[in-house]
Structures are given as structure tokens and as C-alpha cells.
Design a protein around this ligand. Structure first.
Ligand SMILES: [Zn+2]
Length: 112
């Protein structure tokens, strides 16, 4: 089975990401520059992990849900699951670091 979605681009034209599900295997192609050089791009990683902020068009959210469901049936599932848990931890850690920097700077005043 093949599912295509359009990914956001930092430039003008969005990219097409195609996922191919064959048994427990997943293949993914992208039309971006990194992919041209055979480098795994952020578009494929983000969309495989179900990140809706990478979608060019939020109308494709249902397609992304389908990709996520299909990935759950593949050998990528434990890795994507771990990836998403760690991403949440890192994001929470970054928020907490920001708060702590603010609190430290409030307590540690410049001596005049
Ligand atoms: Zn890409």
C-alpha cells in the first residue's frame, strides 16, 4: 500500500512524501533536496512519527493518521514509539530549563 502526503518546506514549494507499506516493512521517499543526496530527511522522520506540524495542508491529517496506524503494524513501531516519548521528555525539559533560567536570573541580580 502507498500513502502520499505533502510536507511543509522552508522554501517555496512543498515536498511530496510517499510511504510504502509492504508487510512489516516501511519504505519512504521524499522529493526534497536531502533525499536527492540519499540523506534521510526531517520530512520523512516527522511524518513517520505522526507530527502534524510537518503537514503542508491540515486537510491531510486523516492521511497522516492512516500512516501512523500502518506504521504501528511494522517493525518501525518500537522505534517511533520511543522517539515520540523522548521527544515529549526533551520538550518538557526545554520548557523547564527556560523557567529555571528565568528564576535564576530573577534571584541573581547584578551588583551595583
Ligand atoms: Zn524530505
Amino acid at each position: 500500500m502507498e500513502i502520499k502526503v505533502i510536507a511543509k518546506s522552508s522554501g517555496d514549494s512543498p515536498y511530496t512524501v510517499s510511504f510504502f507499506f509492504e508487510g512489516t516493512k516501511v519504505f519512504a521517499n521524499c522529493t526534497c533536496k536531502a533525499s536527492e543526496f540519499n540523506i534521510m530527511c526531517k520530512h520523512r522522520i516527522a511524518l513517520a512519527s505522526g507530527d502534524p506540524s510537518m503537514l503542508y495542508n491540515q486537510n491531510e491529517k486523516n492521511k497522516l493518521d492512516k500512516i501512523v496506524k500502518c506504521i504501528q503494524k511494522t517493525d518501525l513501531e518500537p522505534l517511533v514509539s520511543d522517539f515520540n516519548q523522548i521527544r515529549v521528555s526533551v520538550e518538557n525539559g526545554q520548557k523547564r530549563l527556560k523557567q529555571l533560567k528565568r528564576l535564576i536570573s530573577q534571584k541573581m541580580q547584578t551588583k551595583t
